[in-house]
Design a protein around this ligand. Structure first.
Ligand SMILES: *Cc1c(COP(=O)(O)O)cnc(C)c1O
Length: 222
């Protein structure tokens, strides 16, 4: 199947209020162009340099999502254009993003990444760190970022019940913190190729799908 056909098949499984982020990491700009021609506008990358190269060469109405682990010394390269940073997994990413956003006179939308999986390999705030950070109000002294919601990755497992449980937990945190951050806190980014349908059943409104659109990646690029 072509990229356009894959996109159509996935879109058909998403409700109207769910944003599809097409994860194009490791894939060439020509694949992104193909998806763009089919109407796709949100793309996700996990390396700032690679995303910036693609941003430079591709149409400017693309919304670029940084979904990977963020190196703080590289935030300045994406600050002028990034649409949403999903991978804010520690406070340092937020404070540096705030600083770099102010230099380019922007308010950058971010998600707090929460560690919901069993695996240690995944990044993110754990529940206690998240609670401490939210209640601290330190985020209110970062006027150049806007905390739009939460992001999380479930354990890579065949156990569907476990995946349901982990996503349900993230949704409960999302509901809890909506009362703190208010109406603009409205993005719950969860679900990838293998588990986006489970994520949607648990309340996701943004899915990040790569291999089901563009095919398998040549190397593992978590
Ligand atoms: C690579 C990646 C995805 C997409 O994974 P697929 O299984 O190819 O759909 C989603 N989210 C994050 C954070 C990723 O790193």
């Amino acid at each position: 199947m072509s990229i356009a056909q894959n996109l159509k098949a996935i879109q058909a499984k998403l409700g109207d209020n769910i944003t599809l982020v097409a994860v194009s990491k490791t894939k060439p700009a020509s694949d992104i162009s193909e998806a763009y021609e089919a109407g796709q506008r949100h793309f996700g990358e996990n390396k700032i340099q690679e995303m910036t190269d693609k941003w430079e060469s591709l149409p400017k109405d693309i919304h670029w999502h940084m979904i990977g682990h963020v190196q703080t010394n590289k935030i300045k390269y994406m600050a002028p254009y990034v649409s949403l940073i999903h991978g804010c997994d520690r406070e340092k990413v937020l404070s540096v993003t705030n600083k770099e956003a102010s230099k380019v006179d922007r308010v950058i939308d971010v998600l707090l990444q929460v560690h919901i999986a069993e695996e240690d390999s995944k990044f993110g705030f754990d529940d206690a760190e998240l609670e401490e950070f939210v209640q601290s109000n330190r985020w209110s002294e970062m006027p150049n970022i806007r905390i739009k919601g939460l992001m999380g990755m479930a354990t890579f497992t065949e156990n569907k019940e476990q995946i349901h449980r982990e996503f349900a937990h993230l949704k409960s945190l999302f509901n809890k913190y909506q009362s703190v951050f208010g109406e603009t806190f409205n993005v719950l980014s969860m679900g990838m190729s293998g588990d986006f349908e489970i994520a949607i059943s648990e309340g996701s409104n943004m899915v990040r799908v790569g291999s089901s659109i563009f095919g398998a990646r040549n190397y593992s690029a978590q």
